[in-house]
Design a protein around this ligand. Sequence first.
Ligand code: INI
Length: 157
Amino acid sequence: MKMLQGAFIGAGRKVAIVAGRFNDFIVQSLIKGAVDCLVRHGVKDEAIAVVRVPGAFEIPPVAQMLAESKAYDAIVCLGCVIRGDTPHFDYVAGEAAKGIARAAATAGVPVIFGILTADTIEQAVERAGTKAGNRGADAALSALEMTDLYAQIRARS
Ligand code: INI
């Protein structure tokens, strides 16, 4: 049996982070978690670009452009959508998820979904570097794993 899986290799990798400004208090922690994780796995600080957009809705087209530029080995999408009293949450979170999935399927480099969706601010805080981990760091790890997996699959074909 041959098993293929990606390793968490950061050395030599270039990573773009696309992050929404909406709910910035939370998103700042996701960015910090992602950058810290990438650097601790060997990505050079100067090989990381952080691109800010207004909100999660704007993340997919920018992620797609960055992916198609081939200037980065992986794109990490970070944002925070918190449910309110109206259906707005569902449109923003749904379009962000669909758009990131579309970019991931077509771009040829990993495009990682690191958008926090939460019912309450407390749930978001818990997932942004407190008791339930840091979704930004999780997304960065996924980016490294998928980058190595893509490289392995390309090397075999
Ligand atoms: N953007 C977010 O990133 N999170 C949210 O919770 C949010 N809510 O709830 O409104 C949000 N809205 C803004 C949206 O992403 C766009 O920036 C805006 O609609 C302009 O296109």
